[in-house]
Design a protein around this ligand. Structure first.
Ligand code: HEC
Length: 333
């Protein structure tokens, strides 16, 4: 019986692709099956393993009992040596954490579990957390490789090939859910942080809590018809970069990009957007300097095509011009 739920979970997660995909409650599909121990949800202690894990502070915890039982959680799998998808996801979650404020650690919990436990010791994870400015309520964990693989399979987040340092699909390693209601959904790190925060803060709590922050909408970006460059920027870059940061107390993970198109050589910039990892590996002097300045956190290679790079550069130029124009001329183009 639990077997068929597993298949259902696996199938619905497999089909989820990059979209939100609430798991179909299997109790509706099979009303005759009633879990004895977990009356409200079949995704209980009999489904999730109680995997032993160790936090970045060296504390021993158990996956079900200590991390997810009766909690609203966001879980992803990372490895600190990952140069593309993980930093993007981590940066996005950091934005979500900021939007949710002190609810993270109280009624919403974030977990990043390493899939490279040989290299990711608690000390390595702690350094990673510091690099990204990961705050309280967000725990990084490591454990035994076999246990972690089993956990990934249970959560439907096992991706073949991720071990080689590159995932085939960047969007598949974040899941958010409420253990007690059994609502779980995959989330894309390219999703707006406001939407992710809303799911974690409101819909997964069945709207029982006050909204995460009263000015969510006010602080959302101004609505103008976005150019394709702006769209790429919002989904791929805004988790780490601002253009004309208007919150000086909150620097991004990477540099503010106001004026960068005038400041840098166009060839350098275009190549940087395409293969920052390669330029860093070649010890390009400017790339090395920026890397040292920014906490040795490497900008990920986002596999952008030429058209995307061109669109991004035009956006950065236009946005700089827009922000530098007198206020009265800014308007909504
Ligand atoms: C995970 C965080 C992250 C993401 C996502 C990211 N960057 Fe970066 N970016 C950085 C960091 C950190 C640096 C500083 C150099 C370094 O450490 O590698 C940087 C540097 C840069 C620079 C050089 C700035 C300068 O002063 O010359 C540009 C331009 C840039 N990024 C553009 C982008 C664009 C465009 C995107 C989206 C397609 C993007 N970045 C996505 C983290 C990120």
């Amino acid at each position: 019986m639990t077997g068929s739920w597993r298949v259902l979970l696996a199938l619905s997660l497999f089909a989820a692709s990059t979209c939100y995909w609430p798991l179909k409650p299997p109790l509706q599909a099979q009303p005759q099956v009633q879990a004895e121990t977990e009356p409200t949800t079949p995704w209980g202690a009999n489904y999730f393993p109680n995997t032993p894990l160790v936090t970045q502070d060296g504390q021993k915890v158990r996956f079900f009992d200590d991390l997810i039982k009766d909690k609203v959680v966001a879980i992803n799998f990372i490895f600190t040596g990952c140069s593309d998808s993980c930093p993007v996801e981590t940066a996005r979650l950091r934005q979500v954490q900021k939007i949710l404020g002190d609810r993270v650690g109280k009624d919403i919990f974030f977990y990043s579990i390493s899939i490279d436990p040989y290299n990711d010791t608690p000390a390595t994870l702690k350094r990673y957390a510091e690099k990204f400015g990961i705050g309280p309520g967000w725990t990084l964990l490591t454990g035994e490789p076999d246990d972690i693989e089993q956990l990934r399979r249970r959560l439907g987040l096992y991706i073949e090939g991720l071990e080689n340092g590159r995932s085939k699909d960047h969007n598949l390693s974040l899941i958010i859910g409420n253990q007690s209601t059994g609502r779980w959904m995959k989330a894309s790190p390219f999703e707006s942080p406001y939407i992710l925060a809303d799911r974690l803060g409101n819909s997964l709590h069945n709207w029982k809590q006050a909204t995460a922050s009263a000015n969510d909408y006010a602080s959302a970006p101004q609505i103008r018809p976005p150019s394709s460059g702006e769209q790429i920027f919002r989904t791929r870059c805004s988790s780490c970069h601002t253009v004309g940061n208007n919150e000086p107390g909150q620097p991004g993970i990477g540099p503010d990009l106001l004026g960068v198109t005038a400041q840098r050589d166009p060839h350098w910039l275009a190549r940087w957007l395409k293969e920052p990892d390669q330029m860093l590996a070649e010890k390009d002097p400017l790339a090395t300097l920026l890397y040292e300045q920014y906490n040795r956190l490497a900008m990920p290679n986002m596999r952008l095509g030429d058209a995307e790079v061109t669109a991004l550069i035009s956006y950065l130029e236009e946005e700089t011009a827009r922000l530098r124009a007198p206020l009265a001329d800014r308007g909504n183009p």
